[in-house]
Design a protein around this ligand. Structure first.
Ligand SMILES: C[S@@+](CC[C@H](N)C(=O)[O-])C[C@H]1O[C@@H](n2cnc3c(N)ncnc32)[C@H](O)[C@@H]1O
Length: 364
């Protein structure tokens, strides 16, 4: 087989765009961790690299090379005013309003730095992968350390902060009950953002967060202590399982069923915990039924399959009999089939608009 020189060039280019993405992602991690994006967002005018270095207390030469990477990648903006004798002051750097929202404004629903927060931990897991590929055994979320839990918190909370109470819960039709006082569980609660938000908004309800990550539970309990809420708590379901006496009104699972080693068992436990008129809100990645459909219809498919190997599927394979669904493993059809197997009879897709997630209200 002969090699077509143009195709060869194109394929090499394609490969190195992936490396560019990886390296630039590392630079985005630094931009977040070192406060570079935040300093640019709060500056009143475009900054030279000397000004950006002064604003962040960093070394100008390093900041300059970082800014050149970020501006070349179009993640930050720049303008150049060429002078007769070029100087470093010719180039200034700034963020557009959209760049501020995604890179620097943690209160904006589009804030995107969470996955970059945990990038070193995610990539560190590459070292464990050869062994996992041989044995089949993956690693749970605690393998990413405490910063893994904070990264997850920063990934999901910006959108949830803006949408959980005003958009998602009304779509489930649960607001009145929560106001009157309901028994609520958030299974796979991570650092507890949804639990704390619901407990604060609905003081008559009692909200329990369940997670098997000790780092996530520690972070959730720290935030609970800061909040002074008395109607929320966090626990590990391996020592304190969900109640199995049909006593809960509302159970939610946000982006975690596909991470679980035994998702069907968890669904059965949720079913046994719910009252006959209770409801389970399942939020999980919008996945299609086949690889070919995901590859065709999801522009983020490669990212998601990669994260799956390093994080989601790894977690779901953390025991020898793990189900291993992975990031794109819970399509609507799979979710419905599993929910019915677990004893649920009503499965409804909610019309909540989200770039990555699908929302389902599932009832006994
Ligand atoms: C991607 S994180 C989502 C966390 C949280 N729901 C959020 O939206 O921020 C998945 C979480 O599921 C948890 N998890 C995995 N298996 C679990 C299980 N069997 N029971 C409870 N939590 C589990 C992990 O420890 C991790 O905190």
């Amino acid at each position: 087989m002969s090699i077509d020189p143009d195709r060869l060039k194109f394929f090499s280019y394609l490969l190195f765009t992936k490396l560019e993405g990886a390296v630039t992602s590392g630079m985005a991690h630094l931009g977040d961790q070192l406060g570079l994006y935040r300093a640019m967002a709060s500056a009143r005018q475009p900054l030279t690299t000397a000004q950006l270095a002064a604003a962040t207390g960093l070394h100008e030469r390093w900041v300059r090379e970082w800014a050149y990477n970020q501006a070349s990648a179009k993640l930050i903006s720049f303008s150049t005013e060429p002078s007769q004798t070029p100087t470093l002051d010719d180039d200034t750097f700034f963020l557009s309003p959209e760049q501020v929202a995604v890179l620097a404004d943690e209160s904006h629903p589009a804030f995107g730095m969470g996955m970059f927060h945990r990038l070193p931990q995610t990539m560190e897991s590459l070292k464990r992968m050869p062994e996992s590929f041989r044995t089949g055994i993956g690693h749970n979320y605690d393998s990413h350390g405490p910063d893994g839990a904070v990264g997850i918190e920063r990934s999901f909370e910006p959108w949830n902060n803006a949408n959980l109470i005003p958009v998602v819960l009304p779509a489930v039709g649960i607001i009145d009950l929560l106001r009157r006082g309901a028994n609520v569980a958030d299974v796979g609660c991570g650092a507890g953002g949804a639990v704390l938000r619901m407990a604060k908004e609905f003081p008559k309800s009692r909200v329990v967060g369940y997670d098997i990550s000790q780092f996530a539970l520690a972070r959730a309990r720290e935030r609970l202590a800061d909040s002074r809420l008395t109607n929320a708590r966090f626990t590990d379901p391996r020592t304190e399982p969900l109640p199995n006496d049909n006593s809960l009104d509302f159970v939610c699972t946000f982006d975690c069923i596909h991470d679980m080693t035994h998702p069907l068992d968890v669904m059965r436990a949720i079913r046994a915990s719910l009252k006959q008129d209770g409801v389970w809100l399942l939020v999980d990645i919008k996945a299609h039924d086949t690889f070919a459909m995901n590859a065709e219809k999801n522009p983020m498919a490669a990212l998601m399959y990669g994260i799956s190997v390093l994080s989601c599927m790894s977690s779901a394979m953390a025991t020898p009999d793990g189900a291993g669904l992975g990031t794109l493993g819970l399509s609507a059809m799979t979710a419905e089939t599993m929910a019915r197997t677990a004893g649920f009879s009503k499965f409804e897709r909610l019309s909540v608009d989200h770039s990555v997630n699908a929302f389902y209200a599932i009832r006994p």
